[in-house]
Design a protein around this ligand. Structure first.
Ligand code: ACO
Length: 168
């Protein structure tokens, strides 16, 4: 075995473990906001050599849809493809379980996120106007823009996709 080889895996987060807020806070502004969805979300973590370096949390919307409420990769590991692996995992997991679509929301200023989500097959679905100005006490600026609208993207799930994602 190559001793320098890294051991990566995505696994279900156990309810008795301490929530890694330091990661969740990369994707959301406050613990208060995270606490609104995290306790009834299914959470998966990305581990490298047993260290948690990525996370995503999915919430059930109805019998047909799930929403990824939070996805984050530790800053020092961003840009390696881990975010896309987490999205692939969420897509194939939701597809295998018979969900018809997967949603994900982000801000008007989140250019990188909008790029990755579209690259992974998500399409624009809805604009929640003034979501950030209405729901957060302080003004938030990202990429030089004030966050105002939430863009909700949706991916229709098809069974054949599971096989493609599992091979990649
Ligand atoms: N603009 C456009 N694309 C960019 C930019 C940029 N400024 N910077 C990097 N990219 C591209 C890269 O080239 C790469 O694309 P490629 O594979 O085609 O070359 C892609 O973005 C990065 O892909 P990954 O490496 O798979 O992504 P990463 O592991 O960094 O994870 C994530 C992405 C989760 C968004 C991570 O950067 C992160 O944790 N960011 C902070 C938290 C966050 O914003 N989370 C999402 C909030 S929305 C929500 O949680 C529902």
């Amino acid at each position: 075995m190559n001793l320098t080889q890294k051991k990566d895996r995505i696994k279900l987060f156990k309810a008795d473990q301490e929530l890694p807020y330091h990661l969740l806070l990369l994707a959301d502004e406050t613990i208060e906001a995270i606490d609104k969805y995290i306790h009834d979300s299914e959470i998966y973590i990305y581990e490298r050599d047993q260290k948690t370096i990525g996370i995503y949390a999915c919430q059930l919307l109805d019998g047909e849809s799930l929403e990824i409420k939070n996805i984050a990769v530790s800053e020092e590991y961003q840009g390696e493809g881990i975010g896309q692996k987490l999205l692939s995992h969420a897509i194939s997991n939701a597809t295998k379980r018979g969900f018809k679509n997967l949603m994900i929301g982000t801000s008007n200023a989140a250019f990188q996120q909008l790029y990755i989500y579209q690259k992974m097959g998500f399409r624009f679905h809805k604009v929640l106007k003034d979501f950030f100005t209405d729901n957060y006490k302080k003004e938030i600026v990202e990429n030089g823009l004030v966050l105002n609208d939430m863009l909700l993207l949706k991916k229709d799930l098809q069974v054949e996709e599971v096989e493609v994602l599992q091979q990649s």
